[in-house]
Structure formats: C-alpha cells, structure tokens
Design a protein around this ligand. Structure first.
Ligand code: ADP
Ligand code: ADP
Ligand code: MG
Length: 669
C-alpha cells in the first residue's frame, strides 16, 4: 500500500479523499493556489504545496506543477478528485512516465470514454443500449436537418467533447435544428476547442439514472446499484438519491450488467459511472461514462456501506476487489443535496463573499437516520469567484425514502449559512414538494415546477399557527431573560400578559397563553385558532436554530433578529415575524402599507457585474424579447431582454462600467 498520496484537487472532494487516506494510515499532500492558502483541505492534509495563482489554468490544471509537488514530497500516487485533471489521459500518461500512480482508470479507458461519439460507438459494440441517433460528425446545418428528420423530432444536438451540461441544444423542428446546430458548434468550439457535433433522439420526460461501477486490475468488475439524478437545473445536478424510486429489479439488473459489459470492453479499472437516460416506459439509453469519482458518490456509499475512495486507492495499489457482485446489497435509502453559493430568489445567480456563519447540522447516526456532510469550507472562509460554487454536499440515510427525505428536510432546516446567498431555502422547499416526495421525477422537474423561478414558500394556516407559536416562544424567552436582569420592560400597564398577536408577513395570528407563566426550559400551552399547541424548546436568545416540539411535532427552524422582529426560515418558508400586544396589532393594522417602488419602467442590474454591451439607443422602440444589454458576472454573460414592448428613454450605463446589484441600466418611457 502507498505510504503517501497527493490530492490534486481542492474543496470538499480533497477533504473527503484525505479523510479516507488518513483512516487507511496513508499520509496526504494537499496542493493549493493563492486563493486557497487558508483552505480547509490545506489544513487537513499532512503536507501542502503551493502551486500558483488563483486561476485554475495556472495552478490546479497544470500537470507539471502537480508532478513537481509529488517529487518534492515523495508522494507515490495522485488522487485527482473530480473536475480539474481527473479526466485528462495526458495527465495519467505524464504521471506514469514519472513512476507515479494515477488513482483512477488507465489513459486508454479515459480516452475511449472522454469523447461522446467514440464512447457511443464503444457502447454499441459492447451491446449497451444507446440513444437512437447518428454516430458520426454532423457536417453542416443541412446535414443536421436531414439527420434530424431521419431520427424524428425532438432531437438533441450535442458537442462530442462536451461536459458539464454545455454545448447541448434541444430542437423540435427544422428551424431549431439549424439554429441549434450553429450554436452548439460555436459553444463547443469556445468551451472545448473542438467543434464536432452529433445528433441523437431527445428522450421525452427523461430521468437521469446512473450506475456506479468498480473494477480492479485483475478483471473483476462489479456494479454498486444506481443513483437517480433527475433534479437538475440547466442539465446540472442539484439533488440525487440512491436507489432510484423508478427502477424495478429487472431494469436495475439489466442496466448494471450492461454497465459492467461496457467497463470490461474498455478494460476499465477503478470507480466509474455509466450514465443513462430512462424514458417513462423504463427504456434506458447510455449517455456517457464518467471515468472518475462522481460528485454524488456518497449516496452509493451510504446504501452499500462501501467506501469508494478506499476501493479506488486499493485498486490503484494493485489489490483485488474484496467482494463479488453477489456480495453487493443495497440497504435503505440515501439522498444528497448540493449546497450552492447562489441566490435562489434571483434565478440562482452565483454569490460570493465571506461565510460569516457556517454551522452545518450535526453529522452521525441518530435513532432514525444518518447525516453526512461533505464540506470544504469553514466559518470565516471566503467563497471566491475562481472555483465551483458548491459549498457542501449534505447527505442523509434512512431505512426508507420518505424517512431519508424527512431527515434531509430537518438537516437543511438546521443548516446555518450566513454571509453569502445560498440555495438552502430552495432545497428545504424541495424536500416538502409533493411531486418529489412521490418520486414522479424528470429532468424537467425544476423548470416545470418553478416556471417563474423560486420564491419563498407560502405557509398554509397550520404552518402559520406553528410558526406563530415558535415566534411567540422566542419572544417570551427573550422577555423572560430581560426581566431576570432588569425589572423594567414589562408589557404596558393594562395590557394582557396572556393575549398576543403574531404578525407573520402580512397576516396576523392571535395567540393566548393557556398557563400564563414562562418557565425555562420553555414548556407552555399556547392557544391559536381554537387549538392548543404544547410548545417545548430549549432555545436561548442568540441561537440561530430553534429546535423543539410544537403539538408533538419536532420542529427545526431558523431565527434571525432583524429590525423590529425576527426572520423565520423553515421548510422553504421565509417570513418576517413580529410579536405584538393585541392593542399594538390593532394599531399596526391601521398603518399605511409601504408599497415597493415601481420598477416596471426600469432595467435593473440583476447582480453585481460588468456591462459588456448596451444594445439600444435612447428613443429606440424595442419589442418584447429583444436584447437590451449584456452584463458579465462570474465569467458568465447574462443577456438582459425586454419583458414587453417598450421605448428606451434614458441610458444610465456604459460598456466597461461595473454596476452594483439593482443599479438602473435603462429607463423606459
Ligand atoms: P454532460 O457531459 O454535460 O454531463 P450528458 O450527455 O451526460 O452531458 O447530459 C447531461 C444531461 O442532459 C442529462 O443528465 C440529461 O438531463 C440531459 N440529456 C442528455 N442527452 C439527452 C437526451 N438524448 N434526451 C434527453 N435528455 C438528455
Ligand atoms: P432578505 O431578502 O430579507 O435578506 P433572505 O431570505 O434572502 O432574506 O435571506 C438572507 C440570508 O439568510 C441568506 O443569504 C441566507 O444566508 C440566510 N437564509 C435564508 N433562508 C435560510 C434558510 N432557510 N436556512 C438558512 N439560511 C437561510
Ligand atoms: Mg453527464
């Protein structure tokens, strides 16, 4: 076995590999860029080597720097994680030349599977079911049209060298094929430096289901069941689970066996993933093979009990797989949520900054579930613009799917992240979404269920009553503390100490304390809407997470002090709360409502960014859908279009100018 390995990656995956290596008694070497001097993976590793500037192209992507770091530290092998150099055959070859082991497959397998056209040919030869389509390079738009007509609409146009959901277009007719071909080709050229494009059938109502395979250098290949990753945004995974709620044993076995056949055909070794698209009749088609550890691998580990990184290291060291196919048993259910630094309320635009608070839920086994959080950050760390916006992967395991989802909901509700925008509210809302809970998924789920984007979930009457009880308890606990320190701040004379009104957003909820005395720890009956709720909590002023019981239901909610009240976050609901005496509530209802400013005649900058171009001039008439301006943020160009027909009256920004969020770019007449 190796004595020392180097991890050619950063963030959560570097930390995750280090954990397993440490458990196996292997010393670890981290590499880091300027932006990662204080990163968690650097602190966790036994040694760390600086490899250059923040830009990945000058640090994490430079094979020579990684090899030099191995030589400097005596690392015998390199784990590449995912992304960066993990699927570069030339990197494995360079390592081999230096006598350093690549913890992954052989260059030949990476090459064969790295190209979508080539890998489809391979898959066909191995009798793996592939998406019907044309297995050659499309020459031009007319050729694309002819092929699309043969395949039958809808079709998908894809970059052969593509990855990360880029260079892909759906086309429903001839015009879209022509346009899609041009755009897929230019995107492929600029993103991958390779403009080969092919066409296949677009599978309608598709589900993304993938098979984990594991192979050693002695010809043993097994599959470790599937993961379903149908919850995607722009072809990028957001939440995953194992097993899939859609597969029956017959389909699972067929997919598993075909995946093993493909792995054998490319003499695969190490961990790999064969991705399939599955239609509503459970026909499945090969999409691609990822020749590396997959982001969502923890859900497989949770249901199989196998540490995939450990097996990768053992296989790379020449060991045989310690199990056969018949030893692999799937146990229970696991769900993963990807926590991204992005703003769910602003079309998931990336967000950067310092994590002023980062308090993940407790990991480990409880009576009903297991919580695992793979993370690469810590409180006080900076989320920079240089790398992936993923901050953590939160996983839960339980005997059944619904229990795992419930555990995930609770873990998300207790996950405190401040200082940046993040998608926890979206994920928390997803866990309560009936269609997700029923397992009726497709890769179109997010687009179909949130056509206008995500907004905080509106509470129903029961949820309002519960949140009112939580807010009231917090207020009473705070008042109790104040009174213990100073005998002032009693309710105004004459006001009842039993009758209260909780304002939640725009609604008012009346509440009565059944047994008037506040005790600490808090345990009180509160009457709301004719029902009595027993509220028990050990919440203390200053705690960001309220844990307790309301009418027998366990509740984990977040409470943040804001001006004149609290903000509550629970299950994707986000509300301002204010506890008032009934007299105050009466008066507050009479207050004029402050209307938000009318912004319908303005084009606002949706995120902090740089103006790339302004497409209009003052006085110009513009039709709905036409481009008004292009703003760049975090290396992504965002095209701002007219939402309706309008006339431009004033231009307030110039190309090259950097704007704050909500800065006025244009005014309309
Ligand atoms: P990438 O290399 O970018 O991961 P994939 O080929 O794996 O590309 O496709 C990414 C996603 O795009 C899939 O998970 C699926 O949601 C969608 N997709 C790809 N091909 C098809 C297809 N033929 N029909 C329907 N959806 C598809
Ligand atoms: P506002 O728009 O009033 O500032 P947001 O709902 O956008 O309030 O939230 C502000 C911050 O609070 C977010 O950036 C995030 O860090 C945190 N936050 C919001 N909802 C949750 C939640 N459900 N769980 C954890 N943190 C949350
Ligand atoms: Mg893929």
């Amino acid at each position: 076995m190796f004595k020392k390995i180097l991890i050619a990656n950063r963030g959560e995956i570097a930390c995750r590999v280090i954990k397993t290596a440490r458990r196996m008694g292997i010393a670890t070497v981290a590499v880091y860029s300027d932006a990662d001097r204080d990163a968690l993976h650097v602190e966790m590793a036994d040694e760390a080597v600086h490899i250059g500037p923040a830009t990945a192209a000058e640090s994490y992507l430079v094979a020579d720097k990684i090899i030099a770091a191995c030589k400097q530290t005596g690392a015998e092998a390199v784990h590449p994680g995912y992304g960066f150099l993990s699927e570069r055959a030339s990197f494995c070859e360079a390592l081999e030349k230096e006598g350093i082991v690549f913890i992954g497959p052989k260059p030949k397998a990476i090459m064969a599977m790295g190209d979508k056209i080539e890998s489809k040919k391979f898959a066909n030869a191995a009798e793996v079911s592939t998406v019907p389509g044309y297995l050659g390079v499309i020459e031009d738009a007319s050729h694309a049209e002819k092929i699309a007509a043969e395949i039958g609409y809808p079709v998908m146009i894809k970059a052969s060298a593509g990855g990360g959901g880029k260079g892909m277009r759906i086309a429903w007719n001839e015009a879209e094929v022509r346009d899609g071909f041009d755009r897929a080709r230019s995107e492929a050229k600029s993103s991958f430096g390779d403009d080969r494009v092919f066409i296949e059938k677009y599978v309608v109502e598709p589900r993304h289901i993938e098979i984990q395979v594991l192979a050693d250098a002695h010809g043993n290949v097994v599959y470790l069941g599937e993961r379903e990753c149908s919850i995607q945004r722009r072809n990028q995974k957001v939440a995953e689970e194992a097993p899939s709620p859609f597969l029956d044993t017959k389909t699972r076995t067929a997919m598993g066996e075909q995946s093993v056949a493909l792995a054998r055909a490319v003499e695969y070794q190490s961990a790999g993933t064969v991705e399939f698209i599955v239609d509503r009749d459970r026909n499945f088609y090969f999409l691609e093979m990822n020749t590396r550890l997959q982001v969502e691998h923890p859900v497989t580990e949770l249901v199989t009990g196998i540490d995939l990184v450990e097996q990768m290291i053992r296989v790379a060291a020449g060991e045989r797989l310690p199990f056969a196919q018949s030893d692999i048993k799937l146990n229970g259910w696991a769900v993963e949520s990807r926590l991204y630094a992005e703003d769910p309320y602003r079309n998931f635009l990336p967000s950067i900054g310092r994590l002023t608070r980062y308090r993940p839920p407790a990991e480990g086994k409880s009576a009903s579930a297991i919580v695992r959080n793979d993370t690469g950050v810590f409180e006080g760390a900076e989320i920079s613009m240089y790398y992936d916006p993923m901050i953590a992967k939160l996983c839960t395991w339980a005997p059944t799917r619904l229990e795992a989802i419930e555990a995930m909901g609770e873990a998300l509700d207790g996950f405190v992240v401040d200082g940046i925008e993040h998608n926890v509210p979206f994920l928390a809302a997803l866990m309560k979404h009936p269609r997700w809970r029923e397992g009726r998924l497709s890769t179109g789920f997010i687009a179909e269920e949130y056509p206008d984007g995500f907004a905080p979930v509106a509470p129903n009457a029961g949820q309002e009553a519960l949140l009112a009880a939580v807010a009231l308890s917090a207020s009473l606990i705070e008042a109790n503390r104040r009174e213990r320190f100073a005998d002032r701040l009693r309710p105004p004379s004459g006001a009842s100490r039993e009758e209260w009104t909780v304002r939640l957003g725009d609604s008012y909820v009346d509440a009565r304390l059944v047994d008037g005395l506040v005790t600490i720890p808090f345990d009180m009956d509160i009457e709301i809407g004719g029902k009595t709720f027993n509220v028990v909590t050990d919440w203390r002023p200053g705690d960001a997470v309220w844990r307790g019981n309301v009418a027998g239901q366990s509740v984990v909610a977040q409470i943040r002090p804001i001006l004149n009240g609290l903000r509550l976050d629970w299950q994707g609901i986000s509300l301002k709360a204010k506890v008032l005496t009934q007299r105050h509530a009466e008066l507050e209802r009479l207050m004029p409502v402050k209307l938000p400013p009318d912004t319908s005649k303005l084009l606002l900058c949706p995120m902090p960014g740089l103006v790339v171009s302004i497409a209009v001039v003052e006085g110009q008439e513009v039709k709905a859908g036409e481009t008004l301006a292009v703003v760049e943020a975090m290396k992504m160009e965002n095209v701002l279009r007219a939402e309706r027909d309008l006339v431009v009256s004033k231009i307030n920004a110039k190309p090259g100018e950097s704007l704050a969020v909500d800065a006025v770019i244009l005014e309309f007449a």
